[in-house]
Design a protein around this ligand. Structure first.
Ligand SMILES: Nc1ncnc2c1ncn2[C@@H]1O[C@H](COP(=O)(O)OP(=O)(O)OP(=O)(O)O)[C@@H](O)[C@H]1O
Ligand SMILES: [Mg+2]
Length: 262
């Protein structure tokens, strides 16, 4: 079975996209799936959170400019079995301009990912998107089978959601990626002591019903500390609430997308 491709996105910044990308990737890898995380964000937070340094020529930038293949950019995370990454680099920011000048600029990553799926044996490809609906996120959505939206459980959570859902619809309706589906909405940074957070979660569930994952990710200091040690939450503190939540999430994820039969 070819790899399934998931784009973790939301144009809103700081909602837990990267935290979800790395810890979901790590949890799925721990559960025996072969996972590659592609850092599509020039900020490179996923890259550094998994303990890698930025280095020139290591990202999707070259391949997106027609120079090389994704296969050549994969780095195994030595401390984590089954987990690999294609890191980011600062240059990736320039791709916005590079791609805009190309024909079929929305399809560039998809072409690379499709070839990559054929020549590798990954079960899951996770794309960590930057906080904007620019070229990098758009290319990620076109390359993906599923859009996963990270949504912070706070006031005005659904603000801006319309925008990304509109992009999803237009990509589905166009010939660019008719197969793209909304894979789910993950509520993040949930503070159970705050009444409003409960209200927000129930309102989002009322609107989107089972599209919203059963798992909610709690606000947890440990989750925010782990990246500075270059570790996933399972390496940093496997018994904290954040680790439990991402482990549950990974199990729910495997069920929802039928990944165990991969
Ligand atoms: N569940 C959580 N509990 C506590 N802190 C969290 C949690 N999730 C994320 N954070 C922290 O919140 C900040 C933003 O999270 P993260 O980088 O995952 O968001 P993002 O959506 O990827 O941001 P950006 O839009 O800048 O890419 C980070 O400092 C991260 O460590
Ligand atoms: Mg991020």
């Amino acid at each position: 079975m070819p790899a399934k491709v998931f784009s973790i996105a939301n144009q809103k910044g700081g909602v837990g996209k990267t935290t979800t990308s790395i810890n979901l990737a790590a949890a799925l890898a721990d559960l025996g799936l072969k996972v590659v995380l592609i850092d599509m964000d020039p900020q490179g937070n996923a890259t550094s959170a998994l303990g890698l340094k930025f280095s020139e020529g290591s990202s999707v930038y070259g391949p997106l400019c027609g120079d090389g293949k994704l296969e050549d950019k994969v780095k195994d995370i030595s401390s984590h079995k089954n987990l690999s990454i294609i890191p980011s680099e600062m240059d990736l920011a320039a791709i916005e301009i590079e791609l805009a000048q190309r024909e079929n600029y929305l399809l560039q990553l998809k072409k690379l990912v499709d070839a990559f799926k054929k020549s590798t044996d990954f079960d899951v490809i996770i794309l960590d998107c930057p906080p904007a609906l620019g070229m990098l996120s758009m290319n990620s959505l076109v390359a993906a089978d599923y859009l996963i939206i990270a949504l912070q459980a706070e006031y005005m959570a659904m603000e801006g959601l319309g925008q990304i859902l509109k992009v999803l619809d237009s990509l589905k309706e166009s010939s660019v990626n008719p197969n793209l589906a909304l894979g789910g909405i993950l509520m993040t940074l949930f503070d159970r002591r705050v009444n409003l957070a409960h209200e927000v979660v129930s309102e989002v569930r009322k609107h989107f019903s089972e599209i919203v994952f059963r798992t909610t990710i709690p606000r947890s200091i440990r989750l925010s500390e782990a990246p500075s040690y270059g570790q996933s939450i399972f390496q940093y503190d496997p018994n904290c609430s954040g680790a439990y939540a991402y482990r549950y999430f990974a199990e729910e994820f495997i069920d929802r997308f039928d990944l165990k039969n991969a």
